[in-house]
Design a protein around this ligand. Structure first.
Ligand code: S0N
Length: 274
C-alpha cells in the first residue's frame, strides 16, 4: 500500500527497512515471503536500528511493522530453526529476539507496534512487548509455541498477562488459537483497531499527539510502568533517568564544581521541599 508520508531511508539493511519522517522512525520487517518471520540477521538489524533510534535526538517515537498487508510478523523463521535456536548465516544458533525485547523495554521513547496482519508466535510477543499496539481490522493475533515446539515464558507470557489477565494469557498459550483484532482490543492487548487503509495514518496521528507531550514525562511514565514488572533492571532504568534529571540541577553542578575548584560544596543554598 502506498504511504501518504515521505519516509526517508535512515540506513540500508538486508531484512528490514529503516525510515524516518518528522520525528518518527519506522522499522519494517521486510521478509513478506515468510510472512515477515525473523531470523537471527533480522534481529541483529532491528537491534542496530533501535540503537540508532535511541541515540538520535530527532527520533521521538518508533513504529514497528511488517511489509505488506498479510503479516506484521509470524515469529521465528521455521526454515532456520535448529537445535539451540535459530541458525544464522554464520552457522551459530541464537535466540537473539530476546535482545530486541530488551531494547524495546529500555528505549526511552515510545515504541508502537503497527500490526498490519498476522501477529503470531514470536510476532505476537513482539507486539506485546511494544508500548502501544494499533492494528488493522484484518490483523490476527495468537501464539503457536506449544504447537510448533517453542514457548516464551518471558515478556510474551508475563507481560501479556498484565494486558489480558492470567486466565486469558493461559488460554492464549495453552490453546494456540487465533483472535481477531476486535477480540484482541476487547481483551486489552490492542489499543485501537482501524481499517487497513487507515493504519499508517492513524499510527502517525498517535505519534504526532505523543510528540506534543513532554518527552521527559512520557519517558518517566514508561520507566515507572516497566519497573513494576522488570524488577531490579526496571529500577535501574528509572534510577538512571532520575540521575539524568539530577545532572540537570544546579545542586548536582555544585558538587562537580566544588570538586574541580578544590573547595567544599555548599549544598545549603538549595531548596529542601517537603
Ligand atoms: C501466520 C500463519 C497463521 C498464516 O497462515 P496462512 O495464511 O495459511 O499462510 P501460510 O501459507 O501458512 O504462510 C504463508 C507463507 O509464509 C510462510 N511462513 C509463515 N510463517 C512462517 C514462519 N514462522 N517461518 C517460516 N515461514 C513462514 C509459509 O511457510 C508460507 O510460505 P510458502 O507460501 O512458501 O509455503 C501461518 O503461516 C503460521 O502459523 N505460521 C507459523 C507461525 C509460527 O509457528 N511461528 C513460529 C513460532 N515460534 C516462534 O516465533 C519462536 C519464538 C521463540 O522461539 C521465543 C522463545 C523464547 C522467547 C521468545 C521467543 C520469541 O520469539 O518471542
Amino acid at each position: 500500500m502506498e504511504s501518504k508520508f515521505s519516509w526517508e531511508t535512515i540506513k540500508e539493511y538486508q531484512d528490514i527497512k529503516f525510515e524516518f519522517f518528522e520525528g518518527i522512525a519506522k522499522i519494517t520487517i521486510n521478509r513478506p515471503e515468510v510472512y515477515n518471520a525473523f531470523r537471527p540477521e533480522t534481529n541483529i538489524e532491528m537491534i542496530d536500528a533501535m540503537d540508532i533510534c535511541r541515540e538520535r535526538q530527532d527520533v521521538r517515537v518508533v513504529i514497528m511493522t511488517g511489509t505488506g498487508d498479510k503479516a506484521f510478523c509470524s515469529g521465528g523463521d521455521q526454515n532456520v530453526k535448529g537445535k539451540g535456536g535459530y541458525v544464522g548465516e554464520d552457522g551459530v544458533p541464537r535466540l537473539n529476539v530476546l535482545d530486541l525485547h530488551k531494547r524495546i523495554r529500555s528505549m526511552p521513547k515510545p515504541v508502537i507496534a503497527m500490526v498490519n496482519g498476522y501477529a503470531i508466535g514470536g510476532g505476537h510477543v513482539l507486539h506485546v512487548v511494544c508500548d502501544l499496539t494499533i492494528a488493522s481490522d484484518n490483523a490476527r493475533f495468537g501464539q503457536t509455541g506449544p504447537k510448533v515446539g517453542s514457548f516464551d515464558a518471558g515478556f510474551g507470557s508475563s507481560y501479556l498477562a498484565r494486558h489480558v489477565g492470567q486466565k486469558k494469557a493461559r488460554e492464549i498459550w495453552f490453546l494456540c488459537q487465533q483472535y481477531t483484532a476486535k477480540e484482541a482490543e476487547e481483551m486489552g492487548m490492542v489499543n485501537k483497531v482501524v481499517p487497513l487503509e487507515q493504519l499508517e495514518e492513524t499510527t502517525v496521528e498517535w505519534c504526532r499527539i505523543i510528540m506534543m507531550r513532554s518527552p521527559m514525562a512520557v519517558r518517566m511514565i514508561k520507566r515507572g510502568l516497566n519497573a513494576e514488572l522488570d524488577g531490579q533492571a526496571g529500577i535501574m532504568e528509572m534510577a538512571g533517568d532520575a540521575t539524568l534529571m539530577f545532572y540537570l540541577m544546579e545542586e548536582a553542578q555544585e558538587g562537580k564544581n566544588a570538586f574541580l575548584e578544590k573547595r567544599d560544596p555548599d549544598f545549603n543554598k538549595y531548596p529542601k521541599f517537603p
